[in-house]
Design a protein around this ligand. Structure first.
Ligand SMILES: [Zn+2]
Length: 101
């Protein structure tokens, strides 16, 4: 029996090595993959709390999430930007004064 390939990247190792395994589970075929069932864990199992494999959090995912949040609540996003700017300013000051490596 051959297992069909699945488009996309494995969230655990980033390789394009996903295939549809027995029982309909998307699995990574790389022997060195740290979590071959990462897609199944994301799609099938319902964890108690929010859970994301670190490898699954891509820059695009974060940018999309931030864009959506900013569109839904522009006032919240404006406050976040100001807070980040204040934090960056404080850190830059600490670096300039030599109290932070
Ligand atoms: Zn993998």
């Amino acid at each position: 029996m051959t297992f069909p390939d699945v488009q996309g990247h494995c969230p655990a190792c980033g390789a394009t090595s996903l295939f549809l395994a027995d029982g309909g589970y998307i699995t990574c075929s790389r022997i060195e993959c740290p979590e071959p069932d990462a897609v199944t864990n994301l799609l099938v199992r319902k964890p108690a709390g929010p859970r994301l494999a670190v490898g699954a959090v891509t820059r695009e995912l974060l940018q999309t999430a931030i864009r959506d949040l900013a569109r839904l609540d522009p006032e919240w996003w404006r406050c976040e930007l100001e807070r980040m700017a204040r934090t960056a300013h404080a850190v830059n000051q600490q670096i300039a004064m030599g109290s932070r490596p």
